[in-house]
Structure formats: structure tokens, C-alpha cells
Design a protein around this ligand. Structure first.
Ligand SMILES: Cc1cc2nc3c(=O)[nH]c(=O)nc-3n(C[C@H](O)[C@H](O)[C@H](O)COP(=O)(O)OP(=O)(O)OC[C@H]3O[C@@H](n4cnc5c(N)ncnc54)[C@H](O)[C@@H]3O)c2cc1C
Length: 468
């Protein structure tokens, strides 16, 4: 809506007029009950939804909209309401953002966590990528030591207590084995909510999409998010970008490398425990996988490439992979012994393996891992991932060049040849935890993350049970 300033102010003056809307509700037509046929739902008292409609005050008014001038769409300058003020704001609630919020809050900072969807976990839960990889280091004795401790270790312990149906390796009682549980996504979402609400330093806001930063030169002062209420601002001393795609770094004008990688939508199939092919059947489909729940199997339809931040490409992948999955399941259902298999759900977050990789103070590639690097600012470990043995990661990897008061964590770290390590779930938990603790301390001490003393950071990380 394009309106004049005068009209806009006039509308602001109407803010308190929600009562008028209420009057409209009060005026609703009520039929004469004596004339209604028996059992009729025309009586408002019998209508469940109807009895729960109440007028609400408008919480926001719309400002002047964009307009077309000389063939260009222009956005007028307007004031953005300040929704909240805090020490640290974390954007994105995946494995990295969840841990960052807890890390900062446990260091004593007030935290706001904003997430565009309605649950935590990101690709781990909403992307239905369920195996927690790269958790441990193999010692010379052949035993495994859990290295992704802190928030990640606590989460694994607690989800393990839900039992085998929810975590395929419920406990790590034997270090003879690499602990790599496949976790039920709903159990993970529930536990993540619990762990966040247990901490009174954190306020979480779902359905809030981070769309911009508030900046003074290269210094970030908070974020702007978009929701059904429009654009609102959160002022914060420190920002942690855990959006996976480095959205906040991009908005702050930070440098990054953009990559494409295989894109996969994950589907989950049910009734896998009913599969019963007749003797001699040659049919070959997936059966039950590694989930604790014997009824389910999860897997990607296929791998497509495309630009992971182009909505045209993402749309094509969603449609083609849904079609492929549908056809595959229909073929299964037409095969004797597989008739009851069906798709129970599809991932609500598309599976992006890599998009923007940040230009940080230090970028770790395979060369650095094999030829050595300065480990004096180690802030956590990535476990053995098949390609590499376990190795420590350093604080400089989380610090973007040029931009102050912004830390980045999760799958936006690393070089092309190491994204397959840094993007794994447990390393994302670990880099997020370190970034959150650093942001919390920087906020409380009134310093920038770049000038934060490593000795302070290390001692808080050790206090929070991080393996260094
Ligand atoms: C198909 C596939 C299979 C994989 N298999 C495995 C596996 O078996 N094991 C393993 O360990 N790893 C696996 N991975 C990798 C791993 O799952 C992810 O890389 C990891 O979970 C990423 O965590 P993250 O927190 O960095 O990002 P994400 O999980 O992407 O989290 C980002 C969060 O931020 C939110 N967000 C994004 N932008 C905004 C914004 N602007 N404002 C607000 N919120 C925002 C998102 O909704 C999301 O919740 C796989 C990945 C894919 C795609």
C-alpha cells in the first residue's frame, strides 16, 4: 500500500480503534434457535471454532509501501519498530544456532534466538538428516574418545535416555565403538525446545526470518527480522550468524565464496517393518535403515545441483525430487511384499550441503589439516568423519574478516575440500557452541570478538565441558 505521510499518521491515530472490530464481531448474525432443525450447527454455541473467535488489537500498523518510479521499484525510508534488546542475538536455530544460544546464555549473557521455521534443529531435524556424524577421536589403543562434548555431548546423552526407538545408539557406555546415533527428528526437536526453555537467559522467537543487520560502518549493532507483523529490529551487542547460508554476513557486506553442491530433499518412509517379499522375489528396494524405529526409513530422493540460494533452482529441486520419490514409492507399493510402504513425511527444509562459505581470519582446508596450522586458539574439535581423522578447529575460523561484532558458525565454515567435515552435524554443534560462548563473553566484557582474550574464552569453554 502506498500512502501519504498524512494518511499514515492518521492511521497510527486509529491504533486504539480495535474496539470497532469488536463491535463487528458483536453484530454477528445469531439464528432463532427455535427454528433450527435438531442437531443443527447453526447455533453458535455448538460451533467450537466460532466460540473461540475474539477480536485482537492490531499489534502493528503498515508503513508506506514500495513504489514504482521510472520503471524502478523504490523502498521509502521508514522507521522499524524495536522489538527487543539483548546482549547476543543468534540467527538460525540449527545444530549451530541451538548450541550458540546455549553457549552464550551459559556464559551469563542475555540471548535472543530467531528461527524462520517453527522448530529447532535445521537440517538435522527439519531436513531429516539424522545421523550425528564426526563425534569422536580414535586413540592409538583403538578406543574412541568423544570430542564433540559441551552442548553436543549433553544433547546426545539426553536424547539417548529416550531409548532405542528414538536414538539408535542410546548410550556411549563402550568407547570401543564410534558413537554415531541416528536420532528421531521429533525427539530431537522436543529435546532442543526443552534445553532452550530451561535456560532463563534465552528468549526464542520462531517464525522470524532474519533479513538484515543494523550497522554502524563495519560494526554490527543488531538484526532486522521479518514476520507476519512486518519488519522489526533486535538491538544486540553481538550477533551470531548460524543461518547456514551466512545470510547476516552477506547483509553486513562481509566477503564469502559461493559454491554449489548436491541438493537433496529427504523423505521418510513408513511401514518398513511390514515388508515381506514372497520367496524367490528379486525386487530390490531400500528396506529398514539405521533408524531406531523399525517402522521407518529415511533417505534422499536424489542429488541435484543448482544455485542453493536461487528460489528458481530450489523450486525445481523440490518438485522434481517429490515426483521421483512418489514414483519410487508407487513402484514399491505395486510390488508383492511392499504394498504397505508409504511416504510418511518429507523434509520441510531442503538439503543444502553448502552455499556461502565465509572469508574468515583463518580458513581451514585439507592442506592445513595435513600440513599443520597454528592451533594456539583451539576452541573445539571435529571428530573422525571418514575422510579425516579427528582434528581441532580454531577461533579465527569463526571470525569474519572486516566485519565486527559478528561471529559465524555451522556449515558456512571451511574451504571447498573441507566442507564435508565442517558441515556435519556434530562439528556444527561444536563451532556453534564456541561462537556462542565468544559472543556472550564479548558482550559481557564490552569488547569485540576480535579483541576478546583467548584465555578468557578457553576457560569458559572448559567450564562448559568443551573438549579442547
Ligand atoms: C541430504 C543431506 C544429508 C546429510 N547427511 C548428514 C549425515 O548423515 N550426518 C551428518 O552429521 N551431517 C549430514 N549432513 C550435513 C548436516 O546435516 C548439516 O550441514 C548441518 O546439520 C548444518 O547445521 P547448521 O546449523 O550449520 O545449518 P542448518 O541446519 O541449515 O540450520 C540453519 C537454521 O537457520 C534457519 N535460518 C536460515 N536462514 C535464516 C534466516 N535468515 N533467519 C532465521 N532463520 C534462518 C534455518 O531454518 C535453520 O533452522 C547432510 C546434509 C544434507 C543436505
Amino acid at each position: 500500500m502506498q500512502i501519504s505521510k498524512r494518511e499514515f499518521l492518521k492511521q497510527l491515530g486509529l491504533l486504539g480503534a480495535a474496539g470497532a472490530t469488536g463491535a463487528a464481531f458483536g453484530d454477528e448474525y445469531v439464528p432463532d434457535k427455535s427454528k433450527l432443525p435438531p442437531g443443527s450447527c447453526g447455533d453458535p454455541k455448538n460451533v467450537w471454532f466460532g466460540r473461540h473467535i475474539f477480536p485482537l488489537e492490531h499489534t502493528q500498523t503498515d508503513g508506506p509501501s514500495c513504489y514504482l518510479k521510472d520503471g524502478k521499484v523504490l523502498e521509502p525510508a521508514k522507521e522499524i519498530p524495536i522489538f527487543h534488546q539483548t546482549d547476543v542475538v543468534v540467527v538460525g536455530g540449527g545444530a549451530a544456532g541451538f548450541s550458540a544460544a546455549l553457549g552464550a546464555a551459559r556464559a551469563g549473557a542475555k540471548v535472543a534466538l530467531i528461527e524462520r521455521y517453527g522448530s529447532l534443529g535445521g537440517l538435522f531435524t527439519n531436513g531429516m538428516v539424522l545421523i550425528m556424524l564426526a563425534t569422536s577421536r580414535r586413540e592409538e589403543s583403538g578406543k574412541w574418545t568423544l570430542v564433540t562434548r559441551g552442548v553436543c555431548g549433553e544433547f546426545m546423552e539426553r536424547v539417548g535416555k529416550f531409548g532405542k526407538d528414538f536414538s539408535s545408539q542410546p548410550t556411549n557406555t563402550t568407547p570401543a565403538k564410534h558413537w554415531l546415533p541416528t536420532v528421531d527428528p521429533e525427539a530431537a526437536k522436543y529435546l532442543m525446545d526443552e534445553m532452550i526453555v530451561e535456560n532463563k537467559n534465552i528468549e526464542i522467537f520462531y517464525h522470524a526470518w532474519g533479513v538484515d543487520v543494523i550497522q554502524d560502518g563495519n560494526k554490527v549493532l543488531g538484526v532486522v527480522f521479518e514476520s507476519k507483523e512486518g519488519r522489526q529490529a533486535i538491538l544486540a551487542k553481538q550477533v551470531v550468524d548460524c543461518s547456514g547460508d551466512a545470510d547476516m554476513l552477506f547483509k553486513a557486506g562481509g566477503d564469502y565464496k559461493q559454491i554449489t553442491s548436491s541438493i537433496t530433499t529427504v523423505f521418510r518412509w513408513a511401514n518398513m517393518d511390514t515388508i515381506n517379499p514372497p520367496p524367490g522375489s528379486k525386487a530390490k528396494f531400500w528396506t529398514h535403515g539405521n533408524e531406531g524405529n523399525p517402522d521407518a526409513n529415511w533417505g534422499g530422493a536424489s542429488m541435484n545441483t543448482g544455485n542453493p540460494i536461487s528460489i528458481r533452482d530450489l523450486t525445481k529441486v523440490e518438485i522434481s525430487q517429490r515426483k521421483l520419490n512418489w514414483e519410487r514409492v508407487m513402484k514399491m507399493r505395486a510390488t508383492p511384499g511392499w504394498e504397505k510402504v508409504y511416504t510418511s513425511n518429507s523434509a520441510s527444509q531442503i538439503g543444502i550441503r553448502g552455499s556461502r562459505l565465509i572469508d574468515a581470519e583463518f580458513i581451514m582446508g585439507r592442506k592445513e589439516i595435513y600440513e599443520g596450522y597454528d592451533k594456539s586458539d583451539t576452541v573445539g574439535w571435529c571428530g573422525h568423519d571418514g575422510a579425516h581423522t579427528a582434528f581441532p578447529f580454531v577461533y579465527r575460523q569463526l571470525l569474519p574478516k572486516k566485519i565486527d561484532n559478528l561471529l559465524c558458525a555451522g556449515r558456512c565454515l571451511g574451504k571447498g575440500d573441507t566442507i564435508d567435515t565442517f558441515r556435519l552435524i556434530c562439528p556444527c554443534f561444536a563451532t556453534g557452541h564456541a561462537a556462542g560462548v565468544a559472543a556472550g563473553l564479548a558482550a559481557l566484557k564490552g569488547v569485540t570478538p576480535r579483541t576478546l582474550a583467548y584465555s578468557d574464552l578457553k576457560s569458559e569453554l572448559l567450564k562448559q565441558n568443551v573438549f579442547i
